[in-house]
Design a protein around this ligand. Structure first.
Ligand code: FAD
Ligand code: 2HG
Ligand code: ZN
Length: 449
């Protein structure tokens, strides 16, 4: 692999995508080599912006033939440094931005991989359908990146992750071959589900160029409630009760007290439920106002409730501003984990104790309905991973996953063995070798060396 863009590389990319989309200006290239948190930095040979699947395939074929690595980048909102290049060409997918049309009877839409999540929501708004996946980075994260990471977000408790909402896909494999399955049949058992394999593959098997999304019916009425509880154990118990009794449950999030305090400070407001050990954010959505159903399930607990759009958004700010609030305070180490619900309360206690022992600030929040906690550590230097290691080993020892939704990226691949057996890792490598025989797609991401 060349360490500088060679004239051959530049000329080849320019011939495929046009000179204005084959970028080697160091100032522009330099703006694509750092991750969203500012913790991880890389370097790139060039940036290439294809606008069609054909252009993507030609770029991949040229790079495979010449041993040049490609790092695919959508919105670069990865929280595990998955889109940070290392001596590679950054392939930007944002030019793959076709949208629609929406099939109103099937409840499906085909979109380009570079379309942002917010643009998908906007495209289906008012149709009676919605896209069932939503997350805080919606204005920047792309659909291709979300497939590649099998993104989760705030509606998984009702609609599942990207994998459950993907009905077909088109992608360019590491060979340059195009696989396309966008027909949108709800039932189609004709062999391997390659789209599902691409979900969570983090750009290591193929570059997703377009997807066919399954939509869910939209609901006219929504209610959001913030509920303070004494501690995480009570939060887990209440979450279970809500999942059993509220059929319109749409989101079930948690903020443990220090995380709530930091976001309240960031929003220049006081934390609701000042004495609470944790706060739940609950949303229900139905055809008829679900407030009474939710109130009955909360059974007299004190709650702050909003049904109008602005009021709901005000309550969501306590949850959705967590990432920004912590990022303003320092460069975080992000550990996105899931533990069995029964182990959640003890896990949080243990993580807090580890933080105290290592003089680190620990902020815990996340998608409690899915057993997914975001552990953010502030204090350790960007390259000091001792505390990360202790937390991830604790997760694994309690039967949890070291990555619930953000993926492995560059940040966690040294710990993948905590969750995956040698036989599984061997199977991963054989799949990789079959679909990307030259090993040019996202080397250094997901798979350990
Ligand atoms: P990138 O960051 O550009 O890339 C992510 C990975 O996918 C990389 O490995 C990249 O190489 C690969 N990739 C990108 N596009 C393609 C493609 N077309 N084909 C193949 N590989 C590709 N994540 C959640 O799951 N749930 C959340 O609730 C959530 N909330 C977030 C909130 C904030 C404020 C932020 C900053 C991030 C959040 N994330 C969340 C993480 C992030 O938004 C998701 O991982 C998202 O799926 C990344 O999309 P992206 O387009 O930015 O991908
Ligand atoms: C969220 O759920 C995101 O808000 C980001 O997944 C989590 O910042 C984080 O750690
Ligand atoms: Zn999350």
């Amino acid at each position: 692999v060349p360490s500088l863009p060679t004239p051959d590389l530049v000329a080849a990319l320019a011939a495929i995508v046009g000179a204005e989309h084959a970028i080697v200006d160091p100032d522009i290239v330099g703006s694509y080599v750092t991750d969203w948190t500012g913790r991880f930095h890389g370097d790139a040979l060039a940036v290439v912006r294809p606008h069609t699947v054909g252009e993507v395939a030609e770029v991949v074929r040229w790079c495979a033939a010449h041993g040049v690595a490609i790092t695919t980048q959508g919105g670069n909102t990865s929280l595990v440094a998955g889109a940070v290049p290392q001596q590679s060409v950054v392939l930007l997918t944002r030019g793959l931005n076709d949208v629609g049309p929406l099939d109103p009877d099937a409840g499906q839409i085909t979109v380009g991989a570079g379309v942002t999540l917010a643009a998908v929501h906007a495209a289906v708004a008012g149709s009676g359908w919605e896209f069932g996946v939503d997350l805080g980075a919606r204005d920047t994260a792309t659909i291709g990146g979300m497939v590649a990471t099998n993104a989760g977000g705030i509606r998984v408790v009702r609609h599942g992750t990207m994998r459950a909402n993907l009905i077909g896909s088109e992608a360019v494999l590491g060979t340059g071959d195009v696989i396309s399955h966008l027909g949108g049949l709800a039932k189609d058992n004709t062999g391997y589900e390659l789209g599902a394999l691409l979900c969570g593959s983090e750009g290591t098997l193929g570059i997703v160029t377009a997807v066919r999304l399954r939509l869910v019916r939209s609901f006219a009425e929504r209610v959001v409630a913030l509920v303070g509880v004494a501690n995480v154990a009570e939060a887990v118990a209440l979450a279970g009760h809500l999942r059993r009794t509220v059929d319109s449950l749409d989101a079930l999030e948690v903020m443990v007290a220090p995380a709530m305090a930091v976001v309240a400070e960031h929003l220049a407001t006081s934390a609701p439920f000042a004495d609470a050990g944790a706060v739940l954010l609950v949303e229900a959505a139905a055809d008829h106002d679900p407030t009474e159903t939710l109130a009955a399930a909360l059974n007299g607990r004190e709650a702050i409730v909003a049904t109008d759009r602005a009021g709901r958004a005000r309550l969501w700010r306590y949850r959705e501003s967590q990432t920004e609030a912590i990022g303003r305070r320092g460069v975080p180490h992000k550990l996105d984990v899931s533990v069995p619900l029964a182990a959640t309360a003890a896990f949080v206690d243990d993580v807090m104790a580890l933080g105290r022992e290592h003089s680190a600030e620990v902020f815990v929040f996340g998608h409690l309905g899915d057993g997914n906690l975001h552990v953010n550590l502030l204090g350790p230097a960007p390259d000091d991973e001792r505390l990360d290691e202790l937390v991830l080993r604790l997760v694994a020892s309690r039967g949890g996953s070291i990555s619930a939704e953000h993926g492995i990226g560059r940040a966690k691949r040294q710990w993948l063995h905590l969750n995956r057996s040698p036989a599984e890792l061997d199977a991963f490598r054989r799949v990789k070798a079959a679909l990307d025989p030259a090993g040019i797609l996202n080397p250094g991401v997901l798979l350990p060396d």
